[in-house]
Design a protein around this ligand. Structure first.
Ligand code: MN
Length: 257
């Protein structure tokens, strides 16, 4: 698959399916990546549950979250989450938004998400929490208007994950693989924090440990090892269905290998 756009659409469909297969995302949530050759665009599926996303579902959007070609299907309403973060953060290459059950208790209580173990440290040295009421008062809680996306991007600031009060979480990555790793391990970290808090006092990593462990585990070797593992787990799960999705991309209709 030599066409970079076709390859990116396949990689993004795979990332959607992996994050769903690992139990982070359910019917809702979405995963995007910056366009591989045009930094002023990003790629995102049409409105479809991530577990079902195929390369052909993926559209191109401007950073104002407008589709580049007229859409034939319904689009996700919360596109500004993605477009506004790509606008604010030139270093961000991929974005995920989800409402995972492990993270929601932190969004409801305002308890800080803390690095419980070395892999969890990949969520970043701090996870801010954003309260939409600060900027907008009572809303329907979703991030649909451009100004709501800008407010969320501002709350993310220089960090890699932001909790959204009584809604969910949004994460960013310097690559799609980094994003997938951070999304899955921050969710595992949240699960661990909930269980640990039930046992007793929490002793998270120190700030220095979190910074070092986060950096160490985001190297290409651990990212590739985890991605291979998640890909095989997905392959096994899809073998039990009549899924036409090809992990290798060899039968993808968007580009021949
Ligand atoms: Mn949402």
């Amino acid at each position: 698959m030599t066409d970079p756009l076709a390859a990116a659409r396949h990689e993004l469909a795979l990332a959607n399916r992996i994050i769903a297969n690992e139990g982070v995302i359910d019917a809702f949530g979405h995963v995007s990546m910056r366009h591989p050759t045009d930094p002023n665009r990003y790629l995102l599926s049409r409105s479809r549950s991530p577990e079902l996303v195929e390369p052909d579902d993926i559209y191109e959007f401007t950073l104002d979250s407008q589709p580049v070609t007229p859409p034939k299907e319904r689009m996700y309403g919360e596109r500004p989450i993605h477009g506004c973060i790509y606008q604010a953060r030139p270093d961000v290459m991929a974005v995920c938004h989800h409402h995972s059950a492990a993270v929601l208790p932190f969004c409801v209580t305002g308890e800080e998400l803390l690095p419980m173990f070395h892999l969890g440290a990949t969520m970043g040295t701090k996870v801010p929490i954003r309260d939409s009421r600060d900027d907008f008062g009572d809303t329907n809680m979703v991030v649909i208007k451009p100004e709501e996306g800008a407010s969320l991007a501002k709350a993310l600031g220089p960090y890699w994950m932001v909790l959204m009060r009584r809604h969910g979480a949004t994460l960013a990555g310097r690559s799609l693989k980094e994003l997938v790793f951070r999304t899955i391990y921050s969710t595992r970290n949240a699960e661990m924090q909930l269980r640990s808090a039930a046992l007793g006092k929490l002793y998270p990593l120190s700030a220095g440990e979190a910074a070092l462990a986060g950096e160490y585990n985001l190297q290409i070797s651990p990212l590739s090892r985890a991605f291979e593992y998640w890909s095989v787990r997905l392959q096994k799960a899809e073998a039990m269905t009549d899924s036409k999705f090809s992990l290798s991309g060899k039968t993808a209709t968007t580009g021949a290998a």
